[in-house]
Design a protein around this ligand. Structure first.
Ligand code: ZN
Ligand code: ZN
Length: 373
């Protein structure tokens, strides 16, 4: 049995439960139906991947998946009938119109991420609907709390990320460019059998590392610089995300000092992660420490973000985040200090939130990596 089919089997149990939970939320909000078009949300709720299709979740616990000719045979085979009934359609607005008439729909939910033009077509096709309600949050909330099965998939993605990083670091030599390092990294991600990168991985050296999301350049790696690598893989649909910094030979006193501050801030924040705390509270632990050390204004981004089917999802660990952490959520913890024109340090791990703390998924050591090559 291949990995993929084993995953599909394990996941079979989940879509029906997810749709059941979502349907209860829809009924509570007084909606007749919720229209789901975002490919990631559709995949999460049906276990079926397609570039197009429309999932209609009703308030009575039922759901229908409208698939076009290209996908209908696969969808009928792969979607658990307990989750959603698959129907062939030619024209989504027309099929929806008939459905709305039969169900006498008055209030319909839609995702905030739906393309405006598509929402406009839906509205035209459903003239009897008087209330259109933005309702993506219940889906995002469900996605934020990972089941044990999803946790095991993300744990494996994180391991594979660690492995790709380790093998890449072993091949880095002074004189290579940022692009060379990125090419090696992508090669390992492919060879280790991941589906791909979870985002365009960042490799930045020297002063380029002072830009948190630097573009990769043909700048060469020189002795005395810091090298920042922020990378992730996708495995069975789930993302990993980690950042480490390596010193190319002996670092400057400033960069060494900054590394220690970021490292300490990260350890303190990891210690602070637990169910019941808000994203703001955990962010504040790292931020206050960096501020006390005099570098507050150089830590200009949030402490972390949720990771799952997408690289950035709920919840956020940030100054503005009132989201409450719950057991099973998976977030990154990634403080950083960036000195313009000099360089930057960020250290990032992925963790699973537990009732009394967290499980750290990223295994790559955090003692500074020194490359002498
Ligand atoms: Zn990252
Ligand atoms: Zn991240």
């Amino acid at each position: 049995m291949t990995n993929r089919s084993r995953v599909a089997q394990g996941a079979d149990l989940e879509p029906a439960q997810r749709i059941g939970r979502l349907s209860r939320r829809i009924a509570k909000a007084g909606l007749d139906a919720l229209l789901v078009v975002h490919p990631v949300n559709r995949f999460y709720l049906t276990g079926f991947r397609s570039t197009e299709g429309l999932l209609v979740v009703h308030g009575d616990g039922k759901a229908e998946f409208l698939a076009d000719f290209r996908y209908v045979e696969m969808a009928r085979k792969d979607i658990d009938p307990a989750a959603a009934r698959v129907r062939l359609f030619q024209d989504a607005p027309r099929s929806l119109g008939a459905m709305a008439k039969r169900g006498k729909w008055k209030r319909v939910g839609f995702e905030g991420s739906i393309p405006v033009a598509q929402l406009h077509r839906f509205k035209k096709a459903l003239p009897g609907v008087g209330w259109w309600v933005e309702s993506e949050k219940p889906i995002l909330d469900l996605r934020a709390r990972k089941s044990r099965f999803e946790q095991s998939l993300i744990r494996r993605a994180a391991r594979l990320g660690d492995e790709a990083f380790k093998r890449t670091v072993a091949e880095i030599e002074l004189g290579m460019t940022e692009w060379d390092v990125r090419r090696i990294l992508r090669g390992w991600i492919d060879r280790l059998d991941a589906e791909g990168e979870s985002f365009g991985c960042i490799v930045s050296v020297g002063s380029n590392a002072s830009k948190p999301h630097a573009h990769v350049t043909r700048r060469p790696l020189r002795r005395g610089q810091v090298l920042l690598i922020d990378m992730g893989v996708v495995l069975d649909g789930y993302c990993s995300d980690m950042t480490r910094v390596a010193f190319l030979g002996k670092p400057s006193a400033t960069m060494r000092k900054i590394y220690d501050i970021v490292h300490d801030a990260q350890l303190r924040a990891l210690d602070a992660v637990r169910a019941g705390r808000t994203g703001r509270q955990v962010d504040a632990v790292a931020r206050r420490y960096v501020e006390r050390k005099g570098y507050g204004k150089y830590f200009g981004h949030g402490l972390g973000h949720g990771v799952g089917l997408e690289i950035h999802e709920a919840p956020r660990l940030a100054k503005e985040s009132g989201e409450v952490l719950e057991p099973g959520m998976i977030v990154t913890v990634e403080p950083g200090i960036y000195l313009p024109g000099v360089g930057g340090v960020r250290i990032e791990d992925m963790v699973i939130v537990r009732r009394d703390g967290c499980e750290i998924l990223t295994q790559t050591p955090k003692d500074p990596i020194v490359l002498e090559g």
